[in-house]
Design a binder for this molecule. Structure first.
Ligand code: C2E
Ligand code: CA
Ligand code: CA
Ligand code: CA
Length: 287
């Protein structure tokens, strides 16, 4: 049965027609992987651009498959959403992140790590138990609500009144909501009026090429114009910003120039284990 399961998975990731059977097999594999403790959470530093200080992290899930090795979330999150397994998987990421954030707060104090964020998909926001799951995770771990950031995408937010109600409840609880991949959606600007966001995360696609000087290809200038519009809007609405996918010091300089103060990307820190984050926090302790 295990062999068949693997075959189903391989057919799926190869991008061929997705037979219903393969879906069910992948769903079963994900369920089994959760039971077998094959998922891990890594953390990517969120960093102050002017001084490189780590002020937060984003939790990112990883699947350590016993034979295939590391499977990227891009290859299993969509299936986890379709099969509903994202609900228990997301609950695992939530618990793990809260528990870890409490450990960092205890070791490094409230200025060591200001917040921990994690990704929440539409399917989770639709789950009637989601808000109480979050409340329980905070209560059980002792993480103060203002330390938690929940990252949602525009398409997840635009899913009707149940999702809006859940987001408003989370906001009322004092949890900070971040709009992920900001600028890539259809109606980002009007969405900000309706959605209780505290943070906008400028999508990587606007950071790519932002270091190219004005007068260079028009495409780069267009990206800079979007990045400028987003920061102006964020300032006007009192929102924090995070620039995503920063891969060079030239991009850091260009973003600082536009007024961005916080960012995330391979240049500033790769996703790493909790121990890796602890080492960074230890290095900057007392500075
Ligand atoms: P995302 O939320 O936009 O997360 C950022 C992704 O960009 C991560 O990929 C991260 O490793 C990658 N990244 C960070 N800096 C750079 C950079 O400088 N250059 C490039 N090229 N990439 C960078 P990852 O970990 O593969 O995750 C992919 C997506 O999977 C995430 O996109 C998120 O939508 C989803 N995801 C990951 N973990 C979870 C989770 O626990 N729950 C849910 N629902 N979705 C998750
Ligand atoms: Ca994210
Ligand atoms: Ca708020
Ligand atoms: Ca993102």
């Amino acid at each position: 049965a295990k062999q068949r399961g693997k075959a189903g998975f391989v057919r799926y990731v190869d991008g061929m027609a997705e037979p219903v059977l393969a879906h069910m097999q992948l769903g079963g594999e994900l369920r089994q992987a959760l039971d077998n403790d094959e998922f891990r959470v890594v953390y990517q530093p969120i960093v102050r651009l002017d001084c490189n200080r780590v002020i937060g992290v984003e939790a990112l899930v990883r699947w350590h498959h016993p034979t295939r090795g590391m499977v990227s979330p891009a290859d299993f999150i969509p299936a986890a959403e379709r099969t509903g397994l994202i609900v228990p998987l997301g609950r695992f990421v939530l618990r793990e992140t809260c528990r870890q954030a409490v450990a960092w707060l205890a070791e490094f104090g409230p200025d060591g790590l200001q917040e921990a964020g994690l990704n929440v998909s539409a399917r989770q926001l639709h789950d009637p138990d989601f808000v109480s799951d979050v409340a329980a995770a905070l209560a059980d771990t002792g993480l103060p609500c203002e330390r938690l950031v929940l990252e949602v995408t525009e398409s997840a937010v635009l899913r009707g009144t149940r999702v809006s109600r859940a987001l408003c409840e989370l906001d009322r609880m004092g949890i900070r909501l971040a709009l992920d991949d900001f600028g890539t959606g259809e109606s980002s600007l009007s969405l900000l009026r309706a959605f209780p966001a505290a943070i906008v995360k400028l999508d990587k696609s606007f950071v790519d090429g932002i270091e190219i000087d004005d007068g260079q290809p028009a495409a780069a200038d267009a990206r800079k114009a979007v990045a400028r519009a987003v920061i102006q809007l964020a300032h006007a609405l009192g929102l924090d910003t995070v620039a995503e996918g920063i891969e060079s010091s030239e991009q850091v300089a260009a973003l600082l120039d536009l007024g961005y103060t916080v960012g995330q990307g391979y240049h500033l820190g790769q996703p790493m284990t909790a121990d890796g984050v602890s080492r960074l926090l230890a290095l900057q302790r007392g500075t």
